[in-house]
Design a protein around this ligand. Structure first.
Ligand SMILES: C[S@@+](CC[C@H](N)C(=O)[O-])C[C@H]1O[C@@H](n2cnc3c(N)ncnc32)[C@H](O)[C@@H]1O
Length: 446
């Protein structure tokens, strides 16, 4: 239907024009008096119909189906037909049938009347009747306007080479069918770009930690092996970390070489796995009230302590070595965790999900107050509110006097914050991952 209508709203289809003129004549003949608006409209329609007829005669004479006179006539007739509604619809149907019959008669007279041609004529007549019906139903309505807009949009995008994407080849891109979202990268490219990601992460952390150097080939190969092993275990996905952050954590493990690694919020163990695979990590404490989803266990029972009945705040870690790292992914307040870690003697922390405004409003249980609020607490005022909703629940975060004190105390403990680098350019993530940024940060305490 969209192809039947031109930009200015008139029709390119001569059949519809005749239908419209018939409707206009019928409407004009309906007997309204000369003084009332209906009568004036009828007069206008009669004139329009005459103009259309004249235009058609001229157009046919010149063999110009889209001549100026004809277009003018068609517009006039179309305007006249707008009020004719169902009459036009019925007339159109009758007209299409009659035209098909006429074509058949002509063909028969010329001795060309094969049954195939008759069938084609019939099909044409049916299609024409359907089109006319649709036009009569939507003429001048919002539906018709939408169609015209769609035609214009399609023409515009075709002109700029932006046609709606179909299947086939487009430059270097092959477009095919799929039934579910996903991403695959060929093995060689995956390995080369993952290695690049390791190097980018190493540079990033070293720069922010005032360090120099690079990771050796063996360490890089170990991280690549870890990615493959993690994929095999089904570690990377919703609820856990993704491959790019496995690279970030593995690089941190290789650079910090923590003697003690503590993780609060273990779930299936995707982040734990990065430290679990590091030979430099001597002792691990894995804390989660529910460790039933954990996908692996340390074979060396001595190295890892699994804790389900105590919170981080309640655990006695003894003398904390200088090279120790705590990873918080437990959705507990970031200020609370900073104070507790500092009191226990930890100086190197990693926070997951300690988002700013956009990220926190995508969480059902953000670790509020999160890092951006701690770092920029001087921009907050008592009474400030952040509220957000999912389809089922509403969340509200309110700034109080007590919170302001907590934020400034936590801020005092922080030496620097190093956001995790964004490795999305080198590590492919599937469609379902919302790209928010700022989801993980290394926090160094004074
Ligand atoms: C987002 S998941 C952790 C994902 C995990 N880091 C991974 O990469 O697979 C959050 C976990 O925090 C745990 N959790 C909730 N409250 C906690 C608490 N007070 N201490 C430690 N873990 C907690 C939940 O049971 C849940 O398994």
């Amino acid at each position: 239907m969209a192809n039947d209508t031109t930009d200015d709203g008139s029709s390119d289809d001569p059949k519809s024009d005749r239908k419209a003129r018939r409707a206009a004549r019928k409407s004009a003949a309906s007997g309204a008096t000369a003084r009332d608006p209906a009568a004036r409209a009828a007069t206008r329609e009669r004139r329009a119909a005459k103009r259309a007829e004249r235009a058609e005669g001229k157009g046919e004479g010149e063999g110009a189906a889209t001549g100026k006179g004809q277009r003018r006539g068609r517009r006039a007739a179309t305007a006249g037909s707008a009020e004719a509604g169902t009459d036009a619809e019925a007339g159109a149907k009758r007209g299409a049938g009659a035209r098909a019959a006429k074509r058949e008669r002509r063909s028969a007279a010329a001795g060309e009347g094969t049954s195939a041609e008759a069938a084609t004529d019939e099909r044409r007549a049916r299609r024409s009747a359907v089109r006319a019906e649709r036009r009569a139903a939507g003429g001048g309505s919002e539906g018709a306007r939408r169609d015209r807009r769609a035609v214009r949009a399609a023409r515009g995008s075709a002109a700029t080479g932006n046609a709606a994407m179909g299947e086939g080849k487009r430059g270097y891109l092959e477009v095919g069918k799929a039934s579910q979202a996903g991403i695959e990268v060929s093995d060689g490219l995956y390995a080369r770009f993952a290695t690049l990601a390791i190097e980018v992460a190493t540079d990033h952390f070293l720069r922010h930690l005032d360090g120099k150097g690079t990771l050796g080939a063996t360490t890089k190969a170990t991280i690549l092996d870890g990615l493959a092993a993690g994929r095999e275990l089904g570690l990377f996905g919703r609820g856990g970390i993704r491959e790019h952050d496995f690279v970030n954590l593995s690089v941190l493990a290789a650079l910090v070489k923590p003697e003690l690694y503590v993780e609060s919020g273990v779930f299936r163990g995707s982040s734990l796995f990065a430290f679990h695979r590091s030979k430099d990590v001597r002792r691990i404490v894995a804390i989660d009230p529910d460790l039933s989803a954990l996908k692996f266990r340390d074979e060396d029972g001595e190295r890892t302590r699994y804790v389900t009945d105590q919170d981080f705040s309640q655990i006695d870690f003894g003398a904390v070595p200088s090279r120790a790292l705590v990873y918080f992914d437990d959705h507990v307040s970031t200020t609370k965790r900073i104070m507790e870690a500092a009191d226990k003697g930890f100086g190197t922390l990693v926070f997951d999900d300690s988002f700013g405004l956009t990220g926190m409003a995508r969480q059902q249980m953000p670790s509020t107050p999160t890092l951006p609020f701690i770092l920029h607490h001087d921009r907050l005022e008592v009474g400030d509110v952040v509220a957000w909703s999912t389809e089922r629940r509403r969340f509200e975060f309110k700034v109080t006097d007590e919170l302001m004190d907590e934020l400034s105390t936590a801020r005092e403990r922080i030496d620097r914050v190093v956001p995790f680098p964004n490795l999305f350019d080198y590590m492919a993530n599937p469609y379902d991952l919302p790209i928010v940024g700022g989801e993980k940060a290394l926090v160094l305490l004074k």
